[in-house]
Design a protein around this ligand. Sequence first.
Ligand SMILES: [Zn+2]
Length: 292
Amino acid sequence: MGAHEGKCPPVEACAQSSAGAYLGTVVRFTSKSNTRNYPPVGQCIYCRTREEPLKREHIVPLGLGGTHVLPKASCECCERITGRLEGYCLQHMWGALRGRAGFPSRKMNKRPKTVAVSVEHFDGSSGLIDVPVEDYPAMLGLPVFPAARVLKQLPDEPNAPVPGARWWMWYEEDKLRDFALRHGVRKVHSQNIRPDVFSRMLVKIAHAKAVSEIGVDGFTPYGVDFILRGSAGMNYLVGCWANQEEPEMEHAYHVTGIREHPRTPMILIDVRLFAGLGAPTYHVVVGTKNAT
Ligand SMILES: [Zn+2]
């Protein structure tokens, strides 16, 4: 497998941001982005075993249009765990949306033709109705967290609700209304969302991104236990900046960038999935930078 450079259009980095300057290029991925293989890591980026077989790791899952790959970067054991995380997000949270939005799939021809939509009827009862994928009133809900607790030197609070968290929602209003009228239902629910699982997947993406930028020995990671075992609060390493402007980025699947925190040795990765829909940007504190 030869390494080959992708041609991802760089986006102007915002150097004045309170979050610190970007270290590398901010990368915007689109459906036209090429595959980029980084040099093989030669060890599992999670548990650090060097024992073969080591598998390739997509930084952003392929099913979300991720085209950047770390070869020889995950042992089979860790791959099973991260695979489950991604599977949950891609199938249970966004399966229908990805079908509608035309995201790539490993099994393009096996993609379901219908979607079970959870609805509330006028008599107050709930149920599922099967509709063709093209009829699905696409919806996306994502949690908006306050800034990561570790940045504010707040203690971790696993299993506690996140104070100040809210939901960001995207949906096609006309389609939704039309759908409800046609099927005679009062409400249409989005797919199940698990903010804790979503948060773990964001940390996984950010961790792999940091390895691609500064190497597996370039930082002391904070997120491995959280990725593998969920052993932290969902807002401990992941957050959103208050009043952050979220420009609409047409045709962009997702955007990633790496920053150095201005007042601490912490390394932050920005992850914005579904950028084309105007979804929130998350910062993930991946660890502290190692002295070189
Ligand atoms: Zn491993």
